[in-house]
Design a protein around this ligand. Structure first.
Ligand code: ADP
Length: 244
């Protein structure tokens, strides 16, 4: 599913800089638009600003200068509480370390992520079960993180991130902590979600994963040095590449 040129932009950075205390200029003037349907890889050497950029897109942090717009909202105009509502409604996050609640079943790890919806426990658990089914874990609902493999834990984290049908899924090295077989399973899940309509932006160090993504943005020293599209790649190639 190729994004149409006219597709609505889900997230946009315009002239964004980010400096940290101590004078680190992590981003030095970045423009980026993430359109509905994108499958975007953010690449570049360690320290080039990838995580900072993902955090700004995810409204987990605010820029030093420049504008960040997510789902049509100018982040600068929103209070912290409004930002957190925006994140809950429109964004899903997956991190390298799965960040699941220990001692809590897969079902409740996912269902608890839907508390913001105001839905009752039963409805949350039904949606959570459906999300776990989508990532191939319909048979692991009652398992706790310690009873799951790394790849399964990351798939629970993906289910939690997409259970609320976010407009944009952000992933920071989602396979960075997994062996290649488990990483391929997680990638296949992400590819399937993308094929079904989820917009995804992910950070990766892995050139093969980046190559599967339709679009790459390369950062160096806080600047975008390359951004290009693959018109013949996409979720189908990603699914095949992941061995599915
Ligand atoms: P990448 O994800 O590409 O490795 P980062 O966005 O994590 O790059 O970091 C970019 C630069 O900003 C690095 O020099 C890093 O040390 C610095 N940096 C990141 N986060 C902070 C922070 N919270 N405080 C100070 N410096 C930071």
């Amino acid at each position: 599913m190729t994004a149409e040129p006219s597709a609505p932009v889900i997230a946009e950075l315009a002239g964004v800089t980010k400096s940290y205390p101590g004078g680190v200029h992590a981003l030095r003037g970045v423009d980026l638009a993430v359109a509905r349907g994108d499958l975007l890889a953010i690449v570049g050497p360690s320290g080039s600003g990838k995580s900072t950029m993902l955090h700004l897109i995810g409204t987990l942090d605010r820029p030093t200068t420049g504008a960040v717009r997510v789902a049509g909202h100018d982040v600068a105009a929103l209070s912290d509480r409004e930002l957190s509502a925006l994140r809950s409604r429109h964004l899903g996050f997956v991190f390298q370390h799965f960040h699941l609640a220990p001692g809590v079943t897969a079902l409740d790890n996912v269902a608890d992520g839907l508390l913001y919806t105001g839905a009752g426990r039963r409805a949350r658990r039904e949606r959570a079960a459906a999300a776990l089914d989508r990532v191939g874990l319909g048979h692991r609902l009652g398992h706790r993180p310690a009873e799951l493999s790394g790849g399964e834990q990351q798939r629970v984290a993906v289910a939690r991130a997409v259970a609320g049908d976010p407009a944009l899924l952000l992933a920071d090295e989602p396979t960075g902590n997994l062996d290649s077989a488990a990483g391929a399973d997680v990638l296949a899940v992400l590819a399937g979600l993308h094929a079904a309509g989820t917009t995804i932006a992910l950070i990766t160090h892995d050139a093969e994963i980046a190559g599967w993504c339709r679009r790459q943005v390369r950062l160096r020293d806080g600047l975008v040095v390359d951004g290009h599209d693959h018109d013949d790649r996409g979720p189908v190639a990603l699914l095949r590449g992941a061995g599915r």
